[in-house]
Design a binder for this molecule. Sequence first.
Ligand code: SAH
Length: 570
Amino acid sequence: MIGLIAATAAGRQAAAQLAEALGDCRLYQEGPVGAAVRKAWAECEQLVCFLATGATVRLVAPLLADKHSDPGVVCVDEARRFAVALVGGHDGGANALADRVAEALEAQPVVTTATDAVGVPGLDTLGWHVEGDVAAVSRAVLDGLPVRLSADAVHPLPALPENVRTDVRTDVPGNPPTVVVSDRLRQPATDAPTVTLRPRSLVVGVGASRGASAEEILGLVRETLAEAGLSEHSLSRLATVDAKADEPGLLEAARVLGVALVTFSAEELAAVDVPNPSAAPLAAVGTPSVAEAAALLEGGELLVPKRKSAPEGRAAMCTVAVARSRPRGRLAVVGLGPGARDLLTPRAREELRRASIIVGLDQYVDQIRDLLRPGTRIEATGLGAEEERARSAVRLAEQGHAVALIGSGDAGVYAMASPALAEAGTDIDVVGVPGVTAALAAAALLGAPLGHDHVSISLSDLHTPWEVIERRVRAVAESDIVVTFYNPRSRGRDWQLPKALSLLAEHRDPNTPVGVAHSISRPDEWHTVTTLAELDVTTVDMTTVVVVGNTASRQVAGRMVTPRGYRWQV
Ligand code: SAH
């Protein structure tokens, strides 16, 4: 819940507008503003104060307790020009909130937290547990000092600046500040400031008898991890057999540990080769191993074989085994839109900053280079290397990296998503970010040509035989569907567009509207609405789309309009 505190008419108006845009807001605008801030502080996770920063500082100062638990506070000035992240930038989410508020009110976000301001990911914003001297190590990272990265595997981290590296010299006097990424408790001793990030790499398989208590399970899980020198903060899941999916003690233990409980069928577990099979679970649930088999299935590498709890004076009701899973790489397939920066979605922007490696065609990389974090690795290739590009993006993600594969428009439309996903397995996380494809960008320029059924056809016969393309164009012609031609015409491919238009002309009037949109949202953009008879195909090139209307499409005031065609509307 976001508390909105407003004291003036302008503030109240802005607060109402913000509440509408963000949802999940509560307005505090009655009575003295001090009391309103105190009430909101107690009731909300975040506050937006439509007050001067000075007034807000004085009001919240006595309430501040701990940056990890305090609400994030954003201030908006009376003229709503600025949204200032005042306190709780990271943990309180004020930096992100300042961005959202600024967007909703068309204001400028003001973020002064050093890591956000210079594009370095905050060590405490990766979603992993963090231990150690975050402030000192962050300062060293920002100051460009050599900082050692010591990771026990390749993890899908965002790009870190170039001064953070695995091969920092250690033979010079004094140890470098260090960022450790590990699930191990014991780290090499160093007198330099160190931050340890705990990736969610561990799985505990649990076998529990009916009625096993949460205390017994928790005790055994914690003791086992500690004795193996593993951090509880790296625990990602408890795993068990389906029959125990609703075992109260197990559910409670998972809740206390803050992890999910996943389950497998007895057949799945029985098929796993384990070091310590036993007769008891075979009789009870139909598999010779629960703890080890479940840990192995979910994790992969067994670190601690089966152990039993040892309650005093009665039989053990619980067994555990610990496994480690390989880090899952992340492949974001990101559409950049037709060209203009304001047609790039905020989500695409976020994914570009989430990645440590960008894979894409040179010209698309150039389009977004300034948005990347310092230290982002760029794997750009020239035209024609599509498959190689797709494959290399998937391979890098399989190695554990956070990769963004980029394409213009929508990355799934005549672009990289399909060759990449044809190669990708279940061992990586895939995130798709839709982009404004050329057909939609063109339609918005031309009017409303896609108001009824429509298709896109690529006229490029480089990878598709012309017979296939022609069959589809004929089908479109016969079924009276609006069509957008991508890849319509290039120097070496100049007869395909006239041919396609002639096929359409067999079924459509010469006056059928045709829209041409060139270099949409780029500096040399132009567009025109003409007709099937009058279209000059020589104006069409490879940065153009051609939209041909159906028999109901019309020109209205110079715009192309295709009626929705329902009986209630012409
Ligand atoms: N993935 C892209 C399409 C790639 S195919 C998308 O979703 O838009 C390349 C073709 O797209 C070009 O030949 C052209 O027909 C069209 N195209 C892409 N960007 C364009 C733009 N800014 N203006 C006009 N046409 C464009």
